[in-house]
Ligand binder design. Structure first.
Ligand SMILES: NC(=O)c1ccc[n+]([C@@H]2O[C@H](COP(=O)([O-])OP(=O)(O)OC[C@H]3O[C@@H](n4cnc5c(N)ncnc54)[C@H](O)[C@@H]3O)[C@@H](O)[C@H]2O)c1
Ligand SMILES: O=C(O)C[C@H](O)C(=O)O
Ligand SMILES: [Mg+2]
Length: 631
């Protein structure tokens, strides 16, 4: 990318910051905002008009959601692209289309029978909105992403958790049009050629699941594809990945879910879930097929069960640019949240080392979080062994100690309690009473484990308890915000995996934050992609965590908010991407020449570089080139 172009992008960034500043001035009644208005038009050779090359015309174009503008095709474009007569004559602006959609989205009366909505926390209205949005995505992706970006706070819970959980449970009944790629165990030997059926020559990001553990809903087999789709929706909206260059993938290796297997409409393999060497063989073939065609793509592993999540990450992380979102993205998210909560308490990051942490759920997410928090404590001066002594980890069998008879996994083993006072299998309530933790984290996916007794005890021992029920979706969270605030007299610093409303308690409003890896994976992947980093290291993850924490404005900390506002998600992803790239550079992992150059010029230049590479959901003029004619 030329320096001229980058300068232009930086100019645009500065202009938009100035615009925001001007708006604040206007809001505060200061009239000098005019000083920021645009100067008289001058010729800028760098401000080129971005066009998009398309190889289709006529009805084929209208039926391609990546290029379709619906009634938004301008008249001259209709002439150029053989669309005349295929659409009502009147051309609407994108804004008019957006307004029309929002009316339907907000007020639509499509009836959904409540008995079809079995997932706690998801209402019939969520489901209606999910359907309306999905239909839009299937016909006009540019408008879909425009709306998702502009209404992120309202729409993220629809395309993502908790509603996406309902969509996965019902994927086989909802299936209408293909999205993403479907591989299964019977495709052995064919995958490397199958991957060439995907229409895009370039793919920047792939999210893959085997449906083994979808949110806290268990094994959903092929239905799990809804999760990579939802994650990649956020890649585009939150981090500006190009929707034409993303690929959601499911590998169907069977399912242990009897309800699905017995359902004649289920679309996956009707066989038990594979495991052992055979499983890894199939997975290896898929990874080689995907990386063979798209060697530069970032590969995100999503919602694998405990048996496979860590082994797969260890297997591929040194060979491909990949990460496991549940282990690593969640870990960085939790670290940022605890740092934020310490700042709310008026403390610094240094005091992470003094925290006593009880964590329920010793699975991939839980142990990723424990390890990263321990690494954070090491950064604050402890040895790793001293750090692990600050944790009490419980799983379905209670407190984990060295006396556990079952073999502990290598991720859990360093955290097994060693002292006499620690009773193997102790209940959560007893551990919390005895240990008096300052931080309580839930990643068990088992619902209401933070009982009134547990929460009350947290309140008894802490002036400001830090309570993070991080499981998803809503009805699998360990508690909700109201329960935590009621039991602790409104003193909890609260962050949950799925969104919770703020709580009205004794005449005041108490903030709830969302501790979800959505704050990390889009920016992390963007930084890795733009920096061509080839690997994602612990240092890069820690940089992402710290960057996330730094994005919380002071005035929000004063309101007990421990994550940035979701409306600022693009800014957050840009900062996370920048800091990931800077860390990669320091560690010798940044291989993009252009990114290196930007970084060596200045911090602002690097921000502009990231910004410039974020795809914007706007209608660009379409230029048709016949197949075979080079761009
Ligand atoms: N907020 C986020 O960003 C985020 C990210 C990743 C995962 N999660 C959520 O975390 C949960 C777990 O995910 P995972 O990948 O670690 O799952 P996993 O299957 O790998 O691990 C689950 C763990 O919970 C334990 N557990 C189950 N029932 C329990 C009970 N009744 N009491 C105590 N422990 C119990 C299991 O023994 C196991 O150790 C899911 O609900 C998932 O949605 C949230
Ligand atoms: O998908 C989410 O909402 C977060 C996380 O990846 C999970 O598995 O729960
Ligand atoms: Mg997940």
């Amino acid at each position: 990318m030329s320096l001229l172009k980058r300068r232009a992008a930086y100019g645009a960034l500065r202009a938009s910051l100035a615009e925001g500043f001007a708006a604040r001035l206007l809001g505060s009644g200061v009239n000098d905002a005019r000083a920021f208005s645009a100067p008289a038009a001058t010729y800028k050779p760098s401000d080129t008009v971005d066009v998009e090359i398309v190889r289709k015309k006529g009805i084929d174009l209208i039926h391609d959601p990546l290029f379709n503008k619906g009634t938004g095709f301008p008249v001259p474009e209709r002439e150029r692209l053989e669309l005349r007569g295929l659409l009502p004559k009147k051309s609407l602006s994108m804004q008019a289309q957006a307004d029309r959609f929002m009316e339907d989205y907000q007020l639509g009366k499509t009836y959904i029978d409540p008995k079809h909505v079995s997932d706690g926390g998801v209402t019939p209205d969520h489901v209606r909105r999910w359907k309306v949005l999905q239909e839009l995505q299937d016909r006009n992706e540019t408008l879909f992403y425009r709306l998702l970006l502009d209404n992120f706070v309202d729409m993220a819970p629809i395309v993502y958790t908790p509603t996406v959980g309902w969509a996965c449970l019902n994927f086989h009944k909802l299936y209408r049009r293909p999205r993403g790629m479907y591989f299964d165990a019977t495709d052995k030997g064919e995958m490397a050629s199958m991957v060439w059926n995907w229409p895009a020559n370039d793919v920047d990001a792939i999210v893959v699941t085997d449906g083994g553990r979808i949110l806290g809903l268990g094994d959903l087999g092929l239905n799990g594809l809804g999760i990579p789709i939802g994650k990649l929706d956020l890649y585009v909206a939150a981090a500006g990945f190009n929707p034409g260059r993303i690929l959601p993938v499911v590998l169907d290796v069977g399912t242990s879910n009897r309800v699905l297997k017995d359902d004649p409409l289920y679309l996956g393999l009707n066989q038990d879930r594979m495991s052992g060497p055979e499983y890894f063989e199939v997975m290896d073939e898929l990874v080689k097929a995907l990386m063979g065609r798209y060697p530069d793509a970032v590969l995100q592993f999503e919602d694998f069960n405990m048996e496979h999540a860590t082994p797969l990450l260890d297997r591929y992380r040194h060979h491909h640019l990949c990460f496991n979102d549940d282990i690593q993205g969640t870990a960085a998210t939790a670290v940022a949240g605890v740092y934020g909560a310490l700042r709310v308490q008026g403390k610094s990051n240094k005091e992470l080392a003094q925290q006593r942490i009880v964590l329920v759920g010793a699975g991939s997410a839980g142990m990723g979080v424990a390890r990263m928090l321990a690494l954070g404590m090491v950064k604050q001066g402890l040895t790793y062994e001293e750090a692990t002594a600050n944790f009490w980890i419980l799983d379905a069998d209670g407190l984990i100690t060295v006396k556990r008879e079952k073999q502990l996994s290598s991720t859990v083993e360093p955290f097994a309690r060693k002292t006499q006072a620690d009773v193997e299998g102790e209940t959560l309530a007893a551990t919390v009473k005895r240990v008096k933790p300052t931080v309580l984290i839930g990643l068990a996916g088992a619902g209401k484990l933070f009982t009134e007794e547990v929460l009350t005890t947290m309140g008894e021992h802490n002036e400001r308890p830090i309570i993070m029920p991080m499981s998803n979706p809503t009805h699998r969270m360990e508690c909700n915000a109201m329960e935590a605030q009621k039991a602790t007299g409104g003193r909890t610093i609260f962050a949950s995996g799925s969104p919770c409303n703020d709580v009205e308690y004794e005449g005041r409003t108490i903030s709830s934050s969302q501790a979800n890896n959505l704050y990390i994976f889009p920016g992390l992947a963007l930084g890795a992609h733009l920096g061509a980093t080839r690997v994602i290291t612990d240092e890069m993850l820690m940089a992402a965590a710290e960057a996330l924490g730094d994005c919380i404005p002071e005035e929000d900390l004063d309101k007990d908010i421990v994550y940035p506002r979701l409306k600022d998600i693009r800014y957050v992803s840009m900062i996370v991407a920048k800091r990931v790239m800077k860390m990669a550079y320091d560690m010798g992992h940044l291989h993009s020449f252009a990114a290196k150059k930007a970084l060596e010029i200045s911090d602002e230049e690097l921000e502009a570089y990231v910004q410039e590479h974020m795809w914007e959901p706007v209608y660009k003029p379409l230029v048709n080139l016949p197949v075979g004619v080079q761009e």
